[in-house]
Design a protein around this ligand. Structure first.
Ligand code: NAD
Length: 331
């Protein structure tokens, strides 16, 4: 098949080319994000391969369908950027990557938590500058603390297991309780109890209409004072303005995020020589108790290799008319 690969970075190109060696699809790599303005670049491609910050709304899907595209393959687990109902109406199948190292994201969430709690990035910046003072670098033991996990699916459960290994009490909130989570000692509670009792809250649910701004001014007010919030799931789970207010008052004791609601215009690019006009992200990075990374939790050798292999397998299955095991539900 001819495949237009949007948001393609150097690592996407080399690993997709490797994964495609046997399959032999014709890959058209595009550095641009998919938008209504760039959809024409996929002209003649039966499949379009996208990533988390591409715009795959009804307008873009209609443009793609008119050009003959019949498959959208996202190189991610989350598919909140795709209007799946519009895709179904237009006869476009949507596939994602469900099974790639959930350890990559869970381990990164733990890393972010340690970094923000123990001020590791600040300490490293200090020592590079010859400053070995410890003032301002005090953290707290994770051992004995309560960690709340919102979304106890694949990633959330692994995160919970690691936290249990640290000696934490683990609370969970999920619509569909998991035996694996309970087996490691996790206890399910309502979201309000989770927030009120947890020293650390980590978000691992998908972004949906139900979960958008699940962390907002009201929920932050109900949270344990001084708790640390970690988000490696999707930026839209947090009302960022409310988080900033809670950081200012000390209600939120720390924030560690790999995702940001307005990340589409920032992440996956080097903007170090430009003026960044997003005042919200600039305010966030100015807090000493906030750490922001640019959506890299998935970025391990194991995870990326699997993402590319699964993506190529899905495209091949589609071309052959086989069952699409990674098809996204049409709702
Ligand atoms: P998963 O489907 O295995 O788990 C998600 C869990 O969230 C499920 O158990 C589901 O029941 C639960 N859930 C759904 N709605 C909920 C709600 N309203 N309240 C509480 N729980 C709810 O998915 P996963 O593989 O664990 O991935 C989780 C998320 O992580 C993805 O949706 C994606 O947004 C994010 N992610 C981020 C990165 C990254 O690089 N930062 C990489 C991969 C995935």
């Amino acid at each position: 098949m001819k495949v237009a690969v949007y948001s393609a970075r150097r690592y996407d190109k080399s690993l997709l080319v490797k994964a495609n060696e046997q399959a032999g699809h014709t890959l058209r790599f595009l550095e641009d994000r998919l938008t209504a303005a760039t959809a024409a670049l996929a002209e003649g491609c039966g499949a379009v391969c996208v990533f988390v910050n591409d715009t795959v709304d009804a307008e873009v899907l209609a443009l793609l369908a008119a050009q003959g595209s019949r498959l959208v393959a996202t190189r991610s687990t989350g598919y909140n950027q795709i209007d799946t109902q519009a895709a179904a109406r237009l006869g476009i199948a949507v596939v994602r990557v469900t099974d790639y190292s959930p350890h990559s994201v869970a381990e990164f969430a733990v890393g972010l938590l340690l970094a923000v709690n123990r001020k590791i990035a600040r300490a490293s910046a200090r020592t590079r500058d010859g400053n070995f003072d410890l003032d301002g670098l005090m953290g707290f033991d994770l051992h004995g603390k309560t960690v709340g996990v919102i979304g106890t699916g694949k990633i959330g459960t692994i995160f919970a297991r690691i936290m249990a290994g640290f000696g934490c009490t683990v609370l969970g909130h999920d619509r569909y309780p998991s035996a694996a989570f309970e087996a490691l000692g996790g206890r399910y509670v309502e979201v309000d109890e989770l927030l009120a009792c947890s020293d650390v809250v980590s978000l691992h649910c998908p972004l949906t209409d139900d979960t958008r701004h699940i962390v907002n001014a009201q929920s932050l007010a109900r949270a344990k004072r001084g708790s640390v919030l970690v988000n490696t799931s999707r930026g839209g789970l947090i009302d960022t303005d409310a988080a900033i207010q809670a950081l200012k008052t000390g209600q939120l004791g720390g924030l560690a995020i790999d995702v940001y609601e307005q990340e589409a215009n920032l992440f996956f690019q080097d903007l170090s020589s430009t003026i960044i006009c997003d005042d919200v992200i600039q305010r966030l990075v100015s807090f000493p108790n906030v750490i922001v990374t640019g959506h890299q939790a998935f970025f391990t050798v194991e995870a990326i290799g699997q993402i590319m292999r699964t993506t190529i397998e899905s495209i091949t299955a589609f071309e052959r008319g086989e069952e699409l095991v990674n098809r996204v539900p049409e709702h």
